[in-house]
Design a protein around this ligand. Sequence first.
Ligand code: QAP
Ligand code: CO
Length: 169
Amino acid sequence: MALLDILHFPDPRLRTKAVAVREVDSGVVKLVDDLLETMYDAVGIGLAATQVNVHRRVVVVDVSEDHDQPLVLINPELIELHGVEEMDEGCLSVPGFYETVSRAERIRVRALNQQGEVFELEAEDLLAVCIQHEIDHLDGKLFVDYISSLKRQRIRKKLEKLEKSRQKK
Ligand code: QAP
Ligand code: CO
């Protein structure tokens, strides 16, 4: 297993559209393991391969209290969306910032698991929001795309400044 570096907004690589996984081979299994390790290390509830600069359609999520219920979604597809819910969202690629975003409150998603088997899952509330947020990453979208451009620019400037002070060290 390995810890992977997480890209930060406004890195243009976060805008890459990921390609579907053709076969859940040993490389994909290793990617899933590394994503889970990286997500737990960063104390996140979701991580998409895009965020570690791997542009394949793989996400991991764990919204359980004890961080012991990993969910792996390969080639995830939203097949049903119901209702609307507002929630404060954050993102490991936008560290330190949280904004309210409106999304479907209940979803049905179809995906492959780490064994390459198709499964469907119904989710609501935090899990539903988190899955939608992670699928957005695979399409090059970030939660800050849903807020005002003024707020987005402020976040961009603050993160650019932080990135520069990191590079000097
Ligand atoms: C997406 O985000 C999500 O700013 C997953 O300093 C988040 O795991 C969906 C994190 C909330 C719905 C609601 C963010 C950790 C983790 C930070 C995350 C930070 C440390 C974000
Ligand atoms: Co995110």
